[in-house]
Structure formats: structure tokens, C-alpha cells
Design a protein around this ligand. Structure first.
Ligand code: SF4
Length: 183
């Protein structure tokens, strides 16, 4: 059994007998990326694909995302799955604003990414109309493998994100472009 265990690679650093030195930000990035707390915001069919991804065959928890949160205050990865009606936009936005930094967003499936086939007056044509999105997962619905790939893409981003990104003028300008105030 022990041979089946895959160890996470250490961040780049300097190693020698009895010591290992690396950057603090790399260690924190590694820890954050394998302990993301998801908040699933599912409105329709893509949510079912996500449930399959959570279940034993695909086992989403293998990626360190075991701890689901249905409170935005205890989550750092928002997964939006399904058609988002324009009337629901403010609710979703409220959820996003209640998450503390650092927070990341994945648009799962065509509807969350672009409105999908529902090019109608009542459907939001992509959640990036109301909040910044880090990763888009294509598909209608996406296969569980695609959702897992989206998580792995986000993990890459989390691992390499600078400590200071959230304090940069660029990030503040991004949030300001959505009308979100940052102090
Ligand atoms: S992308 Fe397709 S499967 Fe996903 S919520 Fe929209 S219609 Fe349903």
C-alpha cells in the first residue's frame, strides 16, 4: 500500500544533509493550495456533475479540498455551477463579498462561464460580469475530470501567487472595476 502513496513535491529550495531552505511564500503557497476550502454555489445540472466529483470514484478530497463550507466566511474557493439568473446575481455577489482574502473563484461549466445556451434576457452571461474569475471550466456539463483539472489549475495559481498580490494597485483596480471597495 505504501508504494501507492504519492508525496507532494517540496517547493524549490536548497537542500543538504539535515536541512532544507526555501522561501516562506513558497511554503505558504504549497500549504494553501492543498488545503482549499470550497464553497459550492450550485443552481442546476453542473451541480450534479460536481456531486459526482465529490463522490468516491473521483474523490475530490484527494486534492486537499475535503472540507466543504456552506458559510462564505469559512471558505476560500468559490465554485459556481449552473445557470445564474440575473435576479440571483446580487445574492452570488453577496456571497463572494463575504469571503475574506485570499479568495479564489472557479466558474464551472458553460452557464457559469458564459451563460451557456441561455442567451436570454433573464440569464447572467457569465459570472465574470459581477466578480473576478480565476479559472473557467468548459463543458455542458463538464466531466468530473474537467472539474478536477480546473481545481489543479487553481492549485497552480495558488502556489505561485505572490503574498503581496492582494495589496497591489492592479488587484485593487480589478476589484474596483467590479465596484468592490478594498481598504
Ligand atoms: S452548462 Fe449545461 S449542464 Fe451546466 S448548468 Fe448549464 S445547461 Fe446545465
Amino acid at each position: 500500500m505504501a508504494n501507492n502513496i504519492k508525496m507532494v513535491e517540496a517547493p524549490a529550495g536548497i537542500q543538504g544533509e539535515g536541512f532544507f531552505a526555501t522561501k516562506f511564500s513558497d511554503v505558504v503557497g504549497l500549504a494553501r493550495s492543498y488545503s482549499l476550502w470550497p464553497l459550492p454555489f450550485a443552481t442546476s445540472c453542473c451541480g450534479i456533475a460536481y456531486m459526482a466529483t465529490m463522490a468516491s470514484t473521483y474523490d475530490f478530497a484527494r486534492f486537499g479540498t475535503e472540507r466543504l463550507s456552506f458559510s462564505p466566511r469559512q471558505a476560500d474557493m468559490l465554485l459556481v455551477m449552473g445557470t445564474i439568473a440575473k435576479k440571483m446575481g446580487p445574492v452570488l455577489r453577496h456571497v463572494y463579498e463575504q469571503m475574506s482574502e485570499p479568495r479564489w473563484v472557479i466558474a464551472v461549466g458553460a452557464c457559469a462561464s458564459s451563460g451557456g445556451i441561455f442567451d436570454s434576457y433573464s440569464v447572467l452571461q457569465g459570472i465574470d460580469k459581477i466578480m473576478p474569475v480565476d479559472v473557467y471550466v468548459s463543458g455542458c456539463p463538464p466531466r468530473p475530470e474537467q472539474i478536477l483539472e480546473g481545481i489543479m489549475k487553481l492549485q497552480e495559481l495558488v502556489q505561485t501567487e505572490s503574498f503581496r498580490r492582494r495589496d497591489t494597485p492592479e488587484y485593487k483596480a480589478l476589484l474596483a472595476s467590479y465596484g468592490i471597495n478594498v481598504n
